[in-house]
Design a protein around this ligand. Structure first.
Ligand code: GLA
Length: 391
């Protein structure tokens, strides 16, 4: 049970206004991009995400209470006072996500967190596929870890935040977002094996090219139910294939021939889902090679092919994303583009030479307005370190 803070109350807990910095923990929690490997994490494969230079900022301090805490979101101009031992209900807005983290931490470090004040300020657009929710959860968890010296290791933080997100968003998400947000490394992509959580870092220098996100500014509410449905389809496809091929432990280990063999039993939808997963996994490997060889034309082609798979086989795109991906594909200034993240809205990720960004954004914005009657938001991104303490 929480109570909403009045404007005068929340000015009192706005830690950013106090000059006394004693006991204050400042954290920066980045969003993430995913260069390639979409809807692969929960299928046990390798993905290629990175943390980005757009962040949520946290200011935290212990207060004198045993359990009463105050949180304030500068973006929503909204604050709450609540008892950390009484969990919020899932679906009750941003506070319920934070409450989810507190419940998960309490399972690992019972009774170690006491009352605190917390102010958060987000520079991440919500619902745009750059994981503002993973940043929210991981930044908060790592902030509490610092403030109360809980000594919880990163992998445990990643998993507890993934769990909180599952419970509080209703989508049975994989581990990619939380991993990238926590383990990101400036100037690098993270090549993550989502089955073992082993990872390596791949240099992200791409000559004069850069990554540009184009936000459709739509987020269709189909996303959570369709996400869970895709995941279930993949799990049942795996069950059918591994009954005959027990060496196939995850769907990315199946082959296109195996899918063909079980075509009748799988039915059209599961065949398409499995084909995307198998082909997308190959594209991740090819992208890593292409990056090593500085072959950015090939990286661009792989991005375009990834979008095709997500649009036509995995069917998690939407008209606005398809418009932007097709527009970029037909424009010589862009090396390649695809939808990014769960789908049904959010951003496309575009690989483009720096010198073309301005003119391309102008033209794409005009075309998008004409075609979809919506404004486009261009977000140039650089890779970044994962959640960090900044004081
Ligand atoms: C969302 C989920 C991730 C991942 C992507 C799709 O961002 O949170 O775990 O499954 O969708 O690649």
């Amino acid at each position: 049970m929480s109570t909403k803070l009045s404007k005068s109350d929340y000015e009192k807990i706005d830690l950013s206004l106090t000059s006394d910095k004693e006991g204050i923990v400042l954290m920066e929690a980045p969003g993430r991009i995913n260069l390639i490997g979409e809807h692969i994490d929960y299928n046990g494969g390798n993905v290629l995400p990175a943390a980005i230079d757009k962040c949520i900022y946290y200011t935290l301090k212990k207060n004198d209470s045993a359990t009463i805490s105050n949180v304030l979101s500068k973006n929503f101009s909204e604050g709450f006072s609540f008892d950390i031992t009484i969990p919020e209900k899932p679906g009750d807005g941003w506070l319920s996500y934070l409450s989810g983290v507190l419940s998960e931490i309490d399972k690992i470090a019972p009774g170690k967190v006491t009352g605190f004040d917390c102010v958060l300020d987000s520079k991440l657009p919500i619902g745009s596929g750059i994981s503002s929710s993973a940043a929210l959860l991981c930044g908060f968890a790592k902030g509490l870890n610092e403030l109360f010296e809980l000594n919880i290791d990163d992998i445990t933080i990643i998993k507890l935040c993934q769990n909180a997100e599952r419970i509080f968003s209703g989508a049975n998400v994989g581990v990619m977002d939380q991993f990238a947000v926590v383990k990101g490394k400036k100037d690098h992509f993270i090549l993550l094996d989502c089955e073992t959580l082993e990872y390596s870092t791949i240099p992200a220098a791409m000559g004069t090219n850069m990554l540009l996100l184009l936000n459709t500014n739509v987020s269709h509410n189909l996303a959570d139910s369709a996400y869970n449905e895709r995941r279930a389809q993949c799990e049942s496809a795996l069950e059918i294939i591994s009954a005959k091929y027990p060496q196939v432990k995850t769907l990315v280990e199946a082959t296109e021939e195996m899918v063909e063999e079980f075509k009748e039993e799988l039915g059209v939808d599961r065949v398409k889902r499995a084909m995307h997963v198998i082909q997308e996994q190959k594209r991740v490997e090819a992208t890593v090679e292409a990056l090593k060889n500085n072959d950015f034309t090939l990286v661009g082609e792989l991005l375009n092919a990834s979008h095709d798979g997500l649009q036509n086989l995995y069917e998690v795109s939407c008209p606005e994303l398809d418009f932007l991906a097709a527009y970029a594909k037909n424009d010589d200034r862009v090396l390649g583009a695809r939808m990014m993240g769960g789908g049904f809205g959010g951003c496309t990720i575009n690989l483009i030479d720096e010198k073309h960004v301005e003119s391309f954004v102008t033209d794409a914005s005009k075309a998008y307005k004409e075609a979809c009657n919506l404004d486009l938001t261009a977000i140039p991104v650089k890779t970044n370190n994962g959640v960090s303490k900044i004081n």
